[in-house]
Design a binder for this molecule. Structure first.
Ligand SMILES: [Zn+2]
Length: 321
């Protein structure tokens, strides 16, 4: 438990058997309210951990005042339906997240078309087509994971005693909740102690590709300029005095960018070519993550004026300037 001024945080840490180490979400008591920030996965493990944490601190589910979501990923929104079906409370998320959480039909259609075109232009050929077929799979679409209740848009700079910071990169709709008086930052997956957070390529509202790595770097910089003392991270450890780690993550981006420059200089010009060289058989198995990373770096380097692209027979080729 963490206590300072009139804020108390009760972390719910659910162990994970993968490199994320744990799924974390947080009960925050602030004055008379009890806010739940994120909700873990939709599993009995997460549900039981929530119940146990509530009980250990003499709360019940009905004491929760509201749910705030840092971003739309399934490991952060998992218990929303279970909670609100027994205890109807308001749920808040960034406006971008709402289309995804509601599985908006037009948005889903646009997203599939976005990836079909993107993978084609990145030279992914049949492997890319296969991924697009998968995107249409109802299990991947997660129809059953749709949020049923109404979701309130987070549009203000402040909400329930938190400063709201937009920190896109890992997801276009990622927000952080900053308790300024305590210098505590609830930052979703912006900063994870043991691994760099992935910056995922996604379309924005208008179907335009987000520059996810550029955004990720800006979000890391934004948070390192604050005087944060504790980062309540979505996975792994709660991070004390995060500035050094934030700076390290920013440095890692530039080091990796240099690696991409050398590969392009060596004559490999397409995103799929880079993926095959770097990731070999992992390329197909972890396609979405790998292509997100590579396209993210190509966009980043292009914006910095380090590389240029040219379309040849419908495929983008990248060259060093
Ligand atoms: Zn996560």
């Amino acid at each position: 438990m963490f206590k300072q001024n009139n804020m108390e945080v009760f972390p719910i840490i659910v162990p994970a058997s993968n490199k994320l180490k744990s799924y974390n979400f947080f009960l925050v008591k602030h004055g008379n309210s009890l806010t739940l920030i994120d909700t873990g996965l939709n599993t009995d493990d997460c549900w039981n951990s929530l119940q146990k944490t509530l009980k250990n601190h003499d709360f019940t589910l009905t004491d929760i005042t509201r749910i705030l979501l840092t971003h739309h990923h399934l490991d952060h929104i998992g218990l929303v339906n279970r909670i609100v079906s027994t205890h109807s409370i308001p749920v808040y998320a960034h406006p971008y997240a709402i289309l995804v959480l509601k599985r908006d039909k037009e948005y889903t259609k646009m997203r599939i078309e976005f990836f079909r075109k993107l993978y084609k232009e990145m030279g992914c050929g049949e492997i890319g087509d296969k991924q697009v077929v998968n995107l249409r799979n109802p299990i991947i679409l997660g129809e059953d994971k749709k949020i049923h209740c109404e979701i309130q848009e987070i549009t203000n700079n402040q909400l329930f005693g938190f400063d709201i910071l937009e920190i896109p990169g890992h997801a276009p709709d990622q927000v952080a909740f900053y308790g300024k008086e305590c210098k505590w930052l609830f930052a979703g997956d912006l900063l994870i102690e043991n691994i760099p957070s992935n910056a995922f390529i996604e379309p924005d509202y208008d179907g335009i590709r987000t520059k996810s790595l550029v955004q990720q770097k800006q979000s890391l910089e934004k948070c390192s300029s604050l005087n944060v003392e504790l980062v309540f991270s979505g996975h792994g450890m709660i991070i004390e005095n995060p500035v050094d780690l934030l700076k390290e993550r920013i440095k890692e981006i530039d080091e990796k960018a240099n690696k991409y420059i050398s590969i392009i200089k060596s004559g490999i010009s397409t995103a799929s070519g880079i993926a095959q060289l770097l990731y070999k058989e992992k390329y197909e198995k972890q396609f979405f993550n790998i292509m997100s990373e590579i396209i993210g770096y190509l966009d980043y380097l292009e914006l910095q004026g380090e590389i240029n692209k040219e379309m040849e027979k419908g495929i983008w080729h990248y060259y060093c300037n």
